[in-house]
Design a protein around this ligand. Structure first.
Ligand code: S3P
Length: 169
């Protein structure tokens, strides 16, 4: 019986804030993968990307995700690119109920507009970059998830309620 919920989805879909709140509501642990990666590397995600490159970041990400094998009653908030590695997808599906959070590119662009901590979105035309990346990843996200919740226009509490209704943890 799997007793974890993993939140996946594009940057800015609310995985961290929803995950924290969901864990609180369920009385579960909360694990933020990006935070663990930063702890492991001893530097920020932005610095990892700049100083070591994306490939190194992905290695750390896969290595940190392996910790899910020891998790129980845990909500795991994953970085947006975790699903790019098929091994990660397998691990997520084996050890958690995977919930995909989505939002429209416009909503995401608005949410991350003043955000400086996402190296992959450091582009002049953010909306176009988001649309392109989402297009490339859409099928991979859908292939990994058991449940999908569109967070556009929903408050954090509403998303949490929706997850609890659907997953019934
Ligand atoms: C990434 C998403 C980020 C972070 C890194 C790469 C991605 O996490 O892991 O910048 O490839 O989509 P969030 O989705 O929490 O922003």
């Amino acid at each position: 019986m799997v007793n974890n919920i993993a939140l996946i989805g594009f940057m800015g879909t609310g995985k961290s804030v929803v995950g924290r709140s969901l864990a609180h509501r369920l009385g579960w642990y909360f694990l933020e993968l990006d935070e663990k990666i930063e702890e492991m590397a001893g530097k920020s995600i932005t610095d990892i990307f700049h100083e070591n490159g994306e490939e190194y970041f992905r290695e750390l990400e896969s290595s940190v995700l392996k910790g899910i094998r020891d998790c129980e009653d845990t909500v795991i908030s994953c970085g947006g690119g975790v699903v790019l590695d098929p091994g990660n997808v397998k691990l997520l599906r084996r050890h958690s109920t995977v919930v995909l959070l989505t939002a429209t590119p416009e909503v995401i662009a608005e949410r991350i507009i003043d955000d400086d901590c996402r190296p992959l979105l450091k582009e002049e035309n953010k909306l176009k970059r988001i649309e392109d990346m989402m297009g490339q990843r859409r099928d991979t996200y859908r292939g990994c998830a058991e449940y999908t919740i569109d967070t556009s226009g929903l408050e954090v509490d509403e998303v949490v309620n929706r997850i609890i209704e659907e997953v019934n943890p």
